[in-house]
Design a protein around this ligand. Structure first.
Ligand code: BES
Ligand code: MN
Ligand code: ZN
Length: 511
C-alpha cells in the first residue's frame, strides 16, 4: 500500500481545513494528574475557550503514552476532529523524548485510518533537539500508517484505508533543514515499509528465487550494483553453508550482493551489511514443533532489512562505501536435506560439524560474512533472527548485540537513539569451549546440545568467519523483527523493519 504524502505547514492549526488534527496531551503529576495540552496545541486550546482539557478528561483521557482520544470539534476550529495522543508526564525539557513522540504519532495516525488529510500539531522544541524530534514525528506518522495489503478476495465493507496525506505543523514551512528531514523520512519509511511487506508475505509466495528477484527489482534504477549467485554458482564458489541449508528445498538458495560507492570520496570507509534470509525455517531434519511454526516466514527479516537499508543508502548517498549480502535459503526436511552429523566446509575454508539442522542461520551467515571479508571491508554489521535464546533473554523489543567493542558500541548508541534498543552481550570462552568438535574446526552448536548461553553460541560461531582486523557486530533480532501482538505505537502486526534505522544511523555516523 502506498505511503501517505507528507508536507510541512506553518498555518495556524486552528485554521487548517483538514479532516483531523493531532495534538499531544501530558499529565501533570504535581497537579494530581491534571491534563496539559502539549506545545503546538496552543491555538486549538484557545479556540475551545478553556474547555479542551476538561472535555478530554470527561472522555477518559489521562495523558498516558500512546493513549488516543477523539473529540468532535463542533465548529470551534476548522477541522471537524481533534485527536489527542498521550505523551506521558509533562517533560522537564522543551519536548518529550523522541521515541515517546514517535510511538504516540504512530498510534494517532493509525487510529485515524479512514481520514483523507490529517494535520499534526505536536511539540517541537526550538533548540538543537529540534531535528531529532521532527524526525521522530515524521517517522512515527509514516510508519504508523502502514498496513499490509493482504490477500482477501472480497472487498471489506468496514475497511478503513490508511491516511492519505499528512501535514506537519512547524514554525517555518520554508526551512531547508526541516524540508531535508521530510525527504529523509520518506526514504527511510519506504525502506521500513518494504521490509515489512517482505516479512509479511506468506512463505509460499516468497521463496529464495522470488525473494532475490524482488530485491533485484527494487534495486533497479537506484544506481546500486547487483550480483546474484544461484545454486550452481554457490556450489562452484565454495559456499558450503548456504548450499547445505538450501539443498533440502525444491526452491534453490541465492546469495544477493548490493553495493553502493560514494562519489568524490577518496578511500571511503567500507561497511558490509549481512542479513539472514531464511524464507521459511521448518528446522529441517531437526524439525520444529507445529505450534507457531508459521511465524518462521519471518526468518528472512535480517536480509529484508539489509536489502531495504541499501535502497535508503542509494537515495541518501552517505560518504561511506556500503555493500549488503543477503543469504537466502529455505530450510526444509527432505531426501536431499543436510543432516545432523554432516561436516560442512564454509566459504573461508573452515569446517563445521552440524548438530542441529535448525541452527541453519549461522550456516548461511558464515558464508556471507566470510565473503564480505574476502571482498574487503572495515566493518561487518550482521543481523538475523538467529536464536530463540534472544527472545528468552531480552524479550520482544530489545535485540541481542555481540561483536567487537567499537562496532558494538556504534550499534548500541545508534539503536538507543532511534528507538531500536540493542543490548551488548558477552562472548565467553567457556561457551566457545563447549563448541569444540572432535572432527571439525568448530561444532555448530554446543556439542551436548546444551542450551546454556544459547544466544551467545550463535555469536561465537559467527565470529569464526570474521577476518582478522575487521570490526563486527551481530544483531540478533529474533524478537524485535516481528510483532505478534496488537498494533502498538508505530508497529503494526507482523514485520517491524528493525534494525533499518539503526543501520542507517551507524552508516551516517561513519560518513
Ligand atoms: N529462526 C530460528 C530462531 C528464532 C526463534 C527466530 C524464534 C524467531 C523466533 C533459528 O533458526 C533457530 O531455529 N534457532 C534454534 C537454534 C538451536 C537449534 C541451536 C533455536 O533458537 O532454538
Ligand atoms: Mn532454525
Ligand atoms: Zn532460523
Amino acid at each position: 500500500m502506498t505511503q501517505p504524502s507528507l508536507s510541512l505547514v506553518d498555518t495556524d492549526p486552528a485554521e487548517l481545513a483538514v479532516d483531523a488534527i493531532v495534538i499531544g496531551l501530558h499529565s501533570q503529576p504535581d497537579e494530581g494528574g491534571a491534563l496539559l495540552p502539549a506545545a503546538g496545541a496552543e491555538s486549538i486550546t484557545a479556540a475551545f475557550d478553556g474547555k479542551l482539557t476538561s472535555t478530554l478528561a470527561l472522555l477518559g483521557a489521562s495523558g498516558a503514552p500512546g493513549e488516543v482520544t477523539k473529540l468532535a470539534t463542533l465548529g470551534t476550529i476548522a477541522a471537524p476532529l481533534v485527536i489527542a495522543v498521550g505523551l506521558g508526564d509533562e517533560p522537564s525539557g522543551s519536548a518529550p523524548d523522541p521515541e515517546t513522540l514517535r510511538r504516540g504519532t504512530g498510534a494517532a495516525v493509525r487510529a485515524l485510518a479512514g481520514s483523507g488529510t490529517v494535520a499534526l500539531a505536536l511539540p517541537l522544541p526550538d533548540d538543537e533537539d529540534a531535528p531529532a524530534v521532527l524526525r521522530a514525528i515524521l517517522e512515527g506518522a509514516l510508519l504508523g500508517s502502514y498496513k499490509f495489503a493482504g490477500y482477501k478476495t472480497k472487498p471489506q465493507p468496514n475497511r478503513r484505508d490508511p491516511v492519505a496525506a499528512l501535514q506537519v505543523h512547524v514554525p517555518d514551512a520554508g526551512d531547508a533543514a526541516a524540508a531535508a528531514e521530510v525527504t529523509r523520512a520518506e526514504v527511510v519509511a519506504r525502506a521500513v515499509r518494504l521490509t515489512r511487506d517482505w516479512v509479511n508475505t506468506p512463505p509460499n509466495l516468497l521463496r529464495p528465487p522470488q525473494f532475490a528477484d524482488a530485491v533485484v527489482a527494487a534495486a533497479e534504477g537506484t544506481g546500486l550494483t547487483v550480483e546474484v549467485l544461484d545454486f550452481d554458482q554457490l556450489k562452484a564458489g565454495g559456499y558450503g553453508g548456504i548450499v547445505a541449508v538450501g539443498q533440502g528445498s525444491e526452491a534453490p538458495p541465492r546469495l544477493v550482493k548490493l553495493s553502493y560507492v560514494p562519489e568524490g570520496v577518496e578511500s571511503p570507509k567500507r561497511v558490509a551489511l549481512v542479513g539472514k534470509g531464511i524464507t521459511f525455517d521448518t528446522g529441517g531434519i531437526s524439525i520444529k514443533p507445529a505450534a507457531g511454526m508459521w511465524e518462521m516466514k519471518s526468518d528472512m527479516a535480517g536480509a529484508a532489512a539489509v536489502g531495504a537499508t541499501m535502497l535508503a543508502v542509494a537515495a541518501l548517498k552517505p560518504g561511506v562505501a556500503v555493500s549488503a549480502y543477503l543469504a537466502m535459503a529455505e530450510n526444509m526436511p527432505s531426501g536431499t536435506a543436510y543432516r545432523p552429523g554432516d561436516v560442512i566446509t564454509m566459504f573461508n575454508g573452515k569446517r563445521a560439524e552440524v548438530y542441529n539442522t535448525d541452527a541453519e542461520g549461522r550456516m548461511v551467515l558464515a558464508d556471507a560474512i566470510a565473503r564480505a571479508c574476502a571482498d574487503g571491508t572495515d566493518y561487518v554489521f550482521e543481523t538475523s533472527t538467529l536464536t530463540g535464546g534472544q527472545v528468552i533473554a531480552l524479550g520482544k523489543r530489545i535485540a541481542g548485540l555481540m561483536g567487537s567493542d567499537d562496532a558494538v558500541e556504534r550499534v548500541r548508541a545508534a539503536g538507543a537513539e532511534v528507538g531500536e534498543p540493542a543490548w551488548p552481550m558477552p562472548l565467553p570462552d567457556e561457551v566457545r569451549k563447549g563448541m569444540e568438535s572432535d572432527i571439525a574446526d568448530i561444532s555448530q552448536t554446543n556439542s551436548n546440545l546444551d542450551r546454556a548461553g544459547h544466544m551467545l553460541q550463535g555469536g561465537i560461531f559467527l565470529r569464526e568467519f570474521v577476518a582478522d582486523g575487521v570490526e563486527w557486530a551481530h544483531i540478533d533480532i529474533a524478537g524485535p523483527s516481528y510483532h505478534t501482538g496488537e498494533p502498538s505505537g508505530y508497529w503494526s502486526k507482523g514485520g517491524t523493519g528493525v534494525p533499518i534505522r539503526t543501520l542507517l544511523s551507524v552508516i551516517d555516523q561513519l560518513g
